[in-house]
Design a protein around this ligand. Structure first.
Ligand SMILES: [Zn+2]
Ligand SMILES: [Zn+2]
Length: 169
């Protein structure tokens, strides 16, 4: 398996150097596939995407989906990583993060898992100068994230305290 992968990578590298399509060896300009192979591939992906979606499987790979989601765990995490952190490459780190949180919402302490309605919260919101770094995100329930919105943690605490005082009066 590994050697097969290495062989394929080596082959792709050589084809690229020669300026040939990695599928059919037609000369190409700057791309790794010729237009024909590119559109055939896109067509195939679209077909599979719809087929899998119809069957209720992960639309990216055809594996079983998470409860209430259209993705398997890996592709769900890649999507979240991409939309929240600007790159899909942190998907494994996001899995470790929920483990590190002991599968508890970082704001409410509720039990959470990837099967639940959870979101990745920016601890210091982007609008308030927060960054897209792993150290600035945490898994929280959707409800908690919705309530926190663009508040900093201190502002959130202050707001909660005021609400508690007012409602308990
Ligand atoms: Zn080709
Ligand atoms: Zn998948």
């Amino acid at each position: 398996m590994a050697s097969n992968y290495l062989y394929k990578r080596e082959f792709v590298k050589r084809q690229k150097e020669k300026g040939l399509c990695i599928e059919c060896s037609t000369p190409v300009n700057g791309s790794i596939r010729c237009d024909n192979c590119n559109s055939r591939r896109a067509e195939y992906r679209k077909k599979k995407y719809n087929e899998w979606k119809e069957k209720g499987l992960c639309c990216q790979c055809g594996k079983e989906t998470l409860n209430n989601k259209t993705y398997c765990e890996k592709h769900y995490l890649q999507k979240i990583s991409n939309t929240r952190l600007g790159t899909s490459k942190f998907w494994q780190a996001l899995k470790l993060l929920i483990e590190k949180q002991n599968y508890k919402c970082a704001l409410t302490g509720d039990d959470i898992s990837f099967e639940d309605d959870i979101e990745l919260d920016h601890i210091l919101p982007i609008y308030r100068g927060g960054t897209n770094e792993l150290s600035n995100v945490q898994w929280v329930t959707r409800q908690a994230n919705w309530f926190k919105r663009a508040l900093t943690e201190d502002e959130l605490i202050e707001l909660c305290e005021k609400i508690v005082l007012t409602l308990k009066k």
